[in-house]
Design a protein around this ligand. Structure first.
Ligand code: SF4
Length: 321
């Protein structure tokens, strides 16, 4: 039996909602099948015994296998943590003690991983991530922190995290199959964060031939050139492990907003920022400006005709534009 505790800091609860959408298996079947006891969860637990649970863990009367933290660590005002009182104390006081007792710690969502939306400037709550503040390793627990099993905080970024990324990570931990080499430079499992959002996107042919979509929701065209898609430089598996088992933002014609990266949120979600020559300021991962310009000219000139016209028509002779 593994004990799992879920705590929440500065959060909207989106990661909780996301994991409740897990379907194959659902969360409760997963916990039952893998013999995991959910000690407490802020929205799912009926018992009001959290103070007892926390004290039992701190005094080693109760073993904590996995701590999941959702949301930012709220340090304000002035580093006291008093903006987030939980079970009679600032959450940061509990967290400082509980973190040293957990075999593994998982930060679910971009807020717990990097600070996310609450840590955006001017950051009035003095929010930070568990072990990162934006791109800097450190955060609340400090860069040298290791959980009892010798792991850093395992970051599952995303706004929210995909339920399958969370349950698969839990399974790897439960079965003792996760090693530190499986984590990237931001301590995210490479399994989900080694490829960009673009991998698996059905708009990839349009990206290749530099054909832009006309507006949000259109079936044809790529969203990178005008509508701010961050898919070519955001690491996620959103187009390989689909949302609700069927879709993704780019599949329905909405740009990837880069929510799995440390610099989320940006403030220009639906517009591609360009330089004076009209080249996007942020290029696909690993592509130089020179090769982008050269390749774009060749690609545009070689675009196949069928990609230049609508793919589907509404009725006879009536193409969707
Ligand atoms: S829509 Fe976005 S993710 Fe899809 S091919 Fe274009 S840039 Fe890549």
């Amino acid at each position: 039996m593994k004990n799992l505790l879920w705590l929440q800091g500065g959060a909207c609860g989106g990661n909780t909602l996301s994991v409740l959408n897990a379907s194959d298996p659902d969360l409760f079947t997963f916990l039952f099948t893998h013999n995991v006891k959910l000690l407490w969860h802020p929205s799912l637990s009926l018992d009001n015994n959290i103070t007892q649970i926390l004290n039992d863990i701190i005094s080693d009367r109760l073993h904590l296998d996995i701590l999941i933290f959702e949301g930012t660590v709220i340090m304000g005002p002035n580093g006291t943590g008093m903006y987030d009182i939980f079970a009679g104390k600032p959450m940061i006081e509990w967290l400082r003690k509980i973190a040293t007792k957990a075999d593994y710690i998982i930060a679910v969502g971009s807020c717990a991983s990097f600070g996310g939306i609450p840590a955006s400037e001017p950051n009035p709550t003095e929010s930070t991530g568990l072990q990162f503040h934006k791109k800097d390793c450190g955060g609340f627990l400090g860069k040298n922190f290791k959980s009892r099993k010798g792991f850093p905080v395992i970051n599952l970024s995303g706004c929210p995290v995909h339920p399958e990324w969370l349950l698969t990570t839990l399974l790897l931990i439960i079965e003792d199959k996760l090693s530190q080499e499986d984590l990237d430079e931001f301590n995210r499992p490479r399994l989900f964060y080694s490829t960009t959002t673009q991998f698996g996107c059905p708009r990839q042919p349009y990206f290749t031939y530099k054909i832009s979509t006309k507006e949000l929701g259109h079936r044809e065209g790529c969203l990178y050139f005008e509508l701010g898609c961050r898919g070519p430089y955001t690491r996620s598996s959103c187009n390989n492990i689909l949302w609700n088992n069927q879709s993704s933002k780019t599949r329905v014609g909405t740009p990837c907003m880069g929510c799995t990266e440390f610099d989320f949120p940006s403030f220009n979600f639906f517009k591609t920022e360009k330089n004076r020559s009209g080249i996007p300021k942020r290029l696909p991962l690993g592509v130089s400006r020179g090769s982008y310009v050269t390749f774009s000219a060749v690609a545009k000139a070689s675009a196949p005709q069928f990609l230049l016209r609508p793919l589907v028509r509404k009725g006879k002779g009536d193409w969707i534009e």
